[in-house]
Design a binder for this molecule. Sequence first.
Ligand code: EPZ
Length: 431
Amino acid sequence: MEQIVITGQKRLSGAVHINGAKNAAVAIIPAAIAANGVSIIENLPHIEDVIILANAIKSIGVVCEFKDEHTLMIDSRGVTDFKITYDLTRNMRASYYLLGSLLGRFKRAVVPLPGGCNFGSRPIDQHIKGFEAMGANIVLKHGLIHAYAEKLTGSHIYLDMASVGATINIMLAAVYAEGVTTIENAAREPHVVDTANFLNILGAKIKGAGTDMIRITGVAELYGAEYQIIPDQIEAGTYMIASAITCGDIKVCNIIPKHMDSLSAKLIEMNCELEEGDDYIRVMCTDSLQAVNVITMAYPGFPTDLQPQMTALMSTVKGTSIITETVFDNRFQYVTELRRLGSNVTVEGRVAVIEGGAALSGAEVNAVDLRAGAALVVAGLAARGDTTISNIKHIDRGYEDIENKLRSLGANIRRVDTVAGVGHKSPRAVF
Ligand code: EPZ
């Protein structure tokens, strides 16, 4: 079994290059199938979720090949099937975007019902509400979502909450709906905008992405295009927090600073010094960080995907911090693992109260999901002694080459395989 071992208390410094956004990649690859043509997607992160998705679309007759680790050619002119088999996508939820793109273009699709995850049931009722409003017939049976429509007709859809997945999935189908579809209370995340921008380059007519009202005018056909996806806001934030927790000085490069505003504001409130350029943010930690409170919200609020990493940081800062999770109903399960490193956190429903300042000490811990794993890495960087993290397949889903990036910043970190031995290099995910 692969593990990551960190010998902590090294001050990190230097520059780190951020890869393309996982949550844009897993939407834009399905979006490419909405087009009847050849697309080249650049700046993809080389992570498990992208590999799994690329294999899944191959299974329905899409020709796709990596031109290099970060560039995927997708030729969707020869789609032969509309059923995505479960075994290819059981580990990733975002395969549900294939529902929107196949239903939009071909008016039919069969896609696995996404599993829950460690922080809640994560229903897709809003996705289904949008598809049905456009005239689709949706049946859930044997763990599969069966979608069919004689035709799709533009409709007004009001989302009960600003759901990222529902906003993107409805957009993917609405590009082919006759007439105009409006999505009210739409999500405004950067990856929603990136997906809309890509669809527009394919020939779609989408206006208002990035606001809470998106207007899609249906078209008859979409064509292939070249596109470079945006940098990963959450990977960038994880390295910004790694700088703060190690009293470091890290320049986080190849990012869109605007996407980081909510975290940057919090780090400045904590007494970090930030230098912002066109495509980088440098995070310098002063000696006395202040405890702060955080409330996670949909974009442009503080991202829920940085909540676990922030809890790890606040565990090391003297004082009391309160972190309120408003997006998911159960996203503090990782706290039991943080406590094994000495973190003093009490959780009541959606609120975590952190009595910070204790020195963390290394321990054996388990990554329960992707961002929980990132929080354990961040905490391990600050802990005295060795922190051994198991279940790191979760981390590999969303962070490209995390140990080499951290090692280049001065961290004492290695990937071991309890079978193959120390220094084991994980075989690059093969396509
Ligand atoms: C996306 O998940 C991201 N995943 C998540 O990132 C992220 O945490 C989340 O957005 C919020 O920003 C991808 O983009 C692949 P939502 P998604 O629909 O789309 C409820 C990561 O670590 N809801 O915005 O599933 C839902 O339960 C992952 O990269 C419904 O009730 O999130 C949640 O409470 C983790 N019904 C809230 O809305 C629905 O039909 C927001 O969920 C849809 C959502």
